[in-house]
Design a protein around this ligand. Structure first.
Ligand code: TMP
Length: 211
């Protein structure tokens, strides 16, 4: 059985990732593929319980290092129970956020030692690495307004201040620049249709998808 492809969606707050993820999943399924759509932190029952802990409460409830460990505890459960089994049975996995969010939020913006994050990637991700990562780039001022306007927003990270969100944007762009084979930057300011077309063009070009 050919292993499925693993696609991750990344970027700051309110860039429209989740809407675009649904559109991509629909297109991939229309082409006859089995697709598992999932998200982080979360995606398995245990990881969703950790999500409750980490996304709610005061901005300083957890330090960046503690957040890193919580994200990786959630991620390992998600990999063991959902992502790896799906890829092994040949399904495609499309995940709303993954390891680059830890590099950007806890690392570039939060100040966690990149050495700790790299070690966790080695020991916790093992060979479960994205084949393609779409990095949604969007101005943080507008993104934060959008994210905070959502009903029931889990607002811990949104409340961290504009400096944090500027470092975050720079962090994601640095990841894309360092790993151009894996990452495509999606300019997320256009219309829904224009962004959808950019996502589809990246998937077709990078993963040799024809319909
Ligand atoms: P969402 O709003 O896209 O559902 O993402 C949940 C929040 O979790 C978002 O503010 C980013 C944050 N996050 C991290 O800080 N580190 C991580 O590793 C992940 C996956 C998410």
């Amino acid at each position: 059985m050919t292993r499925g492809q693993f696609i991750t969606f990344e970027g700051g707050e309110g860039a429209g990732k989740s809407t675009q993820l649904k559109r991509l999943v629909a297109r991939l399924e229309a082409g006859g593929r089995k697709v598992v759509a999932t998200r982080e932190p979360g995606g398995s029952p245990g990881a969703e319980s950790i999500r409750e802990l980490v996304l709610n409460g005061a901005a300083d409830r957890w330090s960046p290092v503690t957040e890193t460990l919580l994200m990786y505890a959630a991620r390992r459960d998600h990999i063991e129970r959902v992502i790896r089994p799906a890829l092994e049975r040949g399904a495609w996995v499309v995940c709303d956020r993954f390891a680059d969010s830890t590099r950007a939020y806890q690392g570039a913006a939060g100040g966690t030692d990149p050495g700790l994050i790299a070690a966790l990637e080695t020991y916790i991700l093992e060979d479960v690495r994205p084949d393609l990562t779409l990095i949604f780039d969007f101005p943080p001022e507008t993104g934060l307004q959008r994210a905070l306007a959502r009903p029931g927003a889990e607002a811990r990270f949104e409340s961290k201040g504009m400096d944090f969100h500027e470092r975050l944007r720079a962090g994601f762009l640095a990841i894309a620049a360092a790993e151009p084979q894996r990452c495509a930057v999606i300019e997320a300011q256009g219309s829904l249709e224009a962004v959808e077309a950019a996502v589809w063009a990246a998937v077709q070009a990078r993963l040799a998808v024809h319909g």
